[in-house]
Design a protein around this ligand. Structure first.
Ligand code: AMP
Length: 221
């Protein structure tokens, strides 16, 4: 018998401002429940690195902390959730980010005969968000996430997991981080009410990683 815990509610949206902890908790959930992690930010960074047409379209917008066009991201997500590894469940991390994206997601889900089972809203105050974003470090090779203050790697600049080089995302500079928060409040925050109204949303307050995992498990298992 498999000792991987099963989720009762398994197709999830992680909603929250940049720096709220969505990516970090998503990675913990993937390790624990073996569900798929779909981070539109990671997908887009891959497209930019490969200089695909989508990457070229997204590059300048990402650098300045603006959103890339709804149709472009929604198309990427639609293709990704149709892949077989998503049948065990998936986390949409950083998508949808606008009401239009939520509508496009609904169309895709209907077509694929899938449902969203829960929306996890990461509730974090602005001061904490900015502190976290500007101290964040990412691994170039495996995308692991560190924090210079609260979650430093064992050796400075080196990933504990794969030995890859750690770097600061260009959009995590203080100035761009502030713009990204503005974009969040203007374009993404309305989704909190949108999902609260259809009864899918529960909020998780900023806490230690184990405490947040416990709270989420209580809601979903
Ligand atoms: P993230 O890694 O989720 O913070 O995303 C980094 C950047 O990628 C964002 O600031 C946007 O420019 C772009 N991006 C990621 N997800 C989306 C989305 N769902 N809609 C539009 N732009 C996105």
């Amino acid at each position: 018998m498999s000792d991987i815990p099963e989720l009762r509610r398994k197709n999830l949206i992680f909603l929250g401002a940049p720096g709220a902890g969505k990516g970090t908790i998503a990675k913990e959930m993937v390790a624990k429940y073996h569900i798929a992690h779909i981070s539109t930010g990671d997908i887009l960074r891959g497209e930019v690195a490969a200089q695909t047409p989508a990457g070229k379209q997204a590059e300048a917008l990402m650098k300045s902390g603006q959103l890339v066009p709804d149709e472009l991201v929604a198309g990427m997500v639609r293709r990704r959730i149709a892949e077989p590894d998503c049948r065990r469940g998936f986390i949409l991390d950083g998508f949808p980010r606008t009401i239009r994206q939520a509508e496009l997601l609904e169309d895709a889900l209907r077509e694929l005969e899938l449902n969203i089972d829960a929306v996890v809203f990461f509730e974090v105050d602005d001061e904490t968000l900015l502190r976290r974003l500007t101290a964040r470090m990412n691994c170039r090779k495996c995308d692991a996430i560190y924090n210079k203050i609260s979650r430093p790697p064992k050796q400075e600049g080196v990933c504990d997991i794969c030995g890859g080089e750690l770097f600061q995302r260009p959009d995590d500079s203080l100035e761009t981080a502030k713009s990204r928060l503005k974009v969040f409040y203007g374009q993404t925050a309305p989704l909190v009410d949108y999902y609260r109204k259809n009864g899918l949303l529960f909020a998780v307050a900023a806490d230690t990683i184990p405490a947040m995992m416990k709270r989420i498990a209580e809601e979903l298992e």
